[in-house]
Design a protein around this ligand. Structure first.
Ligand code: SF4
Ligand code: SF4
Length: 304
């Protein structure tokens, strides 16, 4: 049996490929996008989390922990977790009366989670939807991803993978035969920004993208419009110049609007949100403007 680590399953998703989709989120990502919408998906490990708004400060968790990993901090009696001591045995999670403690992921077998996904087959059939593997970077767990995709595919379910392709070629080879659509996130045209902001070289990512195209994989490039980062005319023009040059078939492009809701997650995980407080979603006119920048470079198919 092949096991993997996931952090969420979202049913009836509308923005992770065509039709209604069940999106499976796998833990672990090699990039460190400062605006990541799923910060709990970056680490491949499972961590204990404390939700302050749910806590009634009863102190039960502190007394049940056999490893002394929990303590309370005055004056609000906030719970502190010592991750060096915690071994994820879950005793505190079981005893917490208000569900203020939880884990940010779980281990599942490919068979079990594929069985869960296949329960939505009727919705996939009526909407021409399917399953999408996302993350984190789902190809960080290639054997698990391949097995989930294989089972879904063999049961007639359309399969998509949302990926940065910032993975070894072997990870792509592990899944390519079971994927109907690759949704490839591409963020920066400038190699320095790519390296400095995301923490990874642009070159191998582009090589993998070109490899997918050379293997006749169906690819849609997705560009998330992030204020102060990716949503600039220069960046979109640079990305457009690259996409126009791709062959044998120029992939379609989808622009994704910025989602400021992720700020709440950063608060929950005690991290600071790197985008200015007043940055909201882009208006339809602004999105059209960015789409036009791409089209002017020669990109033929741009969806917003
Ligand atoms: S999961 Fe177990 S070890 Fe970790 S804090 Fe809770 S009781 Fe302690
Ligand atoms: S057991 Fe739950 S509600 Fe009680 S202090 Fe711990 S986290 Fe808060």
């Amino acid at each position: 049996m092949i096991f993997g680590t996931i952090f969420d399953v979202k049913r009836f998703a509308l923005h992770d490929g065509d039709g209604l989709r069940t999106t499976l989120f796998l833990k672990g990502c090699p990039l460190h996008c400062p605006w990541c919408q799923n910060p709990e998906g970056i680490s491949p490990k499972i961590h204990l989390c404390w939700t302050p708004s749910r806590c009634i400060h009863c102190g039960i968790c502190v007394s049940v922990c056999p490893l002394g990993a929990l303590s309370r901090k005055e004056p609000q009696l906030d719970i502190r977790i010592d991750f060096r001591k915690c071994d994820n045995n879950g005793l505190c999670v079981e005893e917490c009366p208000s569900a203020a403690l939880s884990f940010d992921g779980r281990r599942v077998s490919a068979e079990e989670i594929a069985g869960e996904i296949l329960r939505d087959r009727d919705f996939f059939d009526v909407s021409e939807g399917g399953v999408t593997l996302s993350g984190g970077e789902p190809l960080m767990q290639p054997s698990f991803a391949a097995e989930v995709l294989r089972i879904c595919r063999e049961n007639g379910v359309h399969t998509a993978v949302e990926t940065t392709v910032s993975v070894p070629r072997s990870a792509i080879d592990a899944v390519i035969d079971y994927v109907d659509l690759f949704l490839v996130d591409h963020k920066f045209a400038d190699p320095e920004s790519h390296k400095n902001i995301l923490g990874a070289d642009r070159k191998p990512i582009r090589r993998n993208l070109e490899y997918l195209l050379s293997r006749d994989a169906r690819v849609r490039i997705r560009i998330a419009l992030i204020p102060e980062y990716t949503a600039t005319e220069d960046n979109l023009r640079g990305l457009g110049d690259y996409i126009r040059s791709l062959e044998p078939v120029q992939p379609s492009v989808e622009l994704l609007n910025f989602n400021p809701m992720a700020e709440n997650k950063y608060r929950l995980f005690g991290q600071s949100w790197p985008i200015s407080r007043d940055a909201g979603r882009f208006s339809p006119e602004e999105i059209d403007y960015f789409a036009d920048v791409l089209r002017k470079t020669g990109v033929e198919r741009v969806a917003t």
